[in-house]
Design a protein around this ligand. Structure first.
Ligand SMILES: *Cc1c(COP(=O)(O)O)cnc(C)c1O
Length: 386
């Protein structure tokens, strides 16, 4: 019996073999000339993927949460006002992190499955002088996609630093950091970037670095302080080694490989492929009678889907059943709806057969649990999109 299962959760995702091979390569010194060249190239590639030619990249051992922590720690001083536009679990997490560094935080919370309307955001920005606005590009708890371009434009108009949590979107959804005036784009390795967990990735605009340099108080987080990391990143950019904390050498080698693959595919092609996967999966779910959390197609993310269970389905036996069919899916994440919906990741190198296998397993288990749908209708919906 085959033990291999297909990991279709919103991170960690299925990784490419050439990326995984980097993890099994004997670890060179972090000051080895070949590794210095790798690190330097990786910094350059991440700017390319975020379309941020003027950005300053930080690649640090940590997770996405640490990237959020680093943005807050370096940009917030006690008493600063921050606005969080929240579309779910990770928006609320950002509010908590900002508060930890002394920010006075207002949260605009969207209804489940919806975004916060742009005029509501603008109204709020007019009502006070905020230093920072944080939002989640794709909230992994709701599969809702925010309009990053329009939020970036509002941020610029009102002179706030705009921080985009792109942990579930970078390399999966279109992002143009420079053109859209986003001051910080942050992510982690294990989602659409396609590298095992362990890297916090962040690209800061010139404005963000300037705001950091103009701080009056020291950064209250030693490990994440840009004063410690900026010289390191600049040294490696200039093909010189430097040390603050040992870089996760193999992960950075794997990141270079994955970013090379992403750039080779072509960013536009990659975003199109994700859009096709997202559309196909939502159409398939609809065909078998499942509703998704995201309220309409315009705000539905392409990196994951979040369908409600049909009412008679028991969540844990459903997920176990699908697992027995060889597909790993994730449960709900929003505390208030945890047992009402599940999540399907479809990012990275996901292809037609992954989607077919996944919907096939879902259809089978639902059928066996008494859900009424025409067997194969979801599968057919996927096929129609390719
Ligand atoms: C996964 C995720 C995070 C947290 O990343 P970790 O690597 O788990 O710390 C933050 N924001 C979003 C949108 C995510 O999807």
């Amino acid at each position: 019996m085959k033990s291999r299962k297909l990991l279709m959760i919103p991170g960690p995702i299925e990784f490419e073999n050439d990326v995984l091979q980097c993890m099994a390569t004997p670890t060179p010194s972090h000051v080895d000339p070949d590794f210095i060249a790798t690190f330097s190239n990786t910094l350059k590639l991440l700017k390319e993927v975020c379309r941020s030619p003027s950005g300053q990249v930080f690649i640090v051992a940590g997770t996405g949460t640490f990237a959020m922590d680093m943005a807050a720690a370096n940009l917030i001083e006690s008493g600063d006002k921050a606005l969080v536009v929240s579309t779910g679990y990770f928006g609320l997490r950002f509010a908590e992190i900002l508060k930890r560094y002394g920010a006075e935080v207002d949260v605009l919370e969207a209804e489940v499955g919806d975004i916060v309307p742009m005029d509501r955001i603008e109204q709020q920005l007019q009502s006070k002088t905020y230093k920072l606005l944080a939002f989640t590009h794709v909230d992994t708890s709701t599969a809702v996609l925010n309009d990053a371009k329009r939020i970036g434009a509002l941020g610029k108009k009102h002179g706030v630093l705009t921080v985009l949590d792109g942990v579930c979107s970078v390399a999966g959804e279109d992002i143009r950091q420079d053109d859209w005036n986003i001051d910080v784009v942050l992510t982690a390795s294990q989602k659409a970037v396609g590298v095992p967990p362990g890297l916090a990735l962040l690209v800061a605009s010139k404005n963000a670095i300037q705001a950091f340099e103009q701080r009056k108080s020291p950064v209250a987080n030693y490990y994440g302080d840009w004063a410690n990391w900026l010289p390191i990143m600049k040294a490696y950019e200039n093909k010189q080694a430097s040390y603050f904390g040992t870089p996760p050498v193999n992960l950075i080698m794997a990141l270079e490989k994955s970013l090379q693959n992403i750039v080779k595919e072509g960013l536009d092609q990659r975003f199109d492929r994700h859009q096709r996967a997202g559309k196909a999966m939502r159409a398939a779910l609809k065909a078998i009678g499942l509703e998704v959390l995201s309220k309409n197609e315009d705000i539905a993310s392409n990196t994951l889907s979040a369908p409600y269970y049909p009412s008679q389905i028991d969540p844990s036996s459903f997920l176990q059943g699908v697992n027995k069919e060889g597909i790993v899916l994730a449960g709900g994440l929003l505390p208030e709806l945890k047992s009402k919906y599940f999540r399907i990741g479809h990012m990275g190198s996901v292809n037609k057969s992954d989607l077919l296998g996944t919907i096939g397993a879902i259809e089978t288990v639902l059928k066996n649990s008494g859900h009424k749908h025409e067997l194969g209708s979801g599968t057919a919906a996927i096929l129609k999109h390719f």
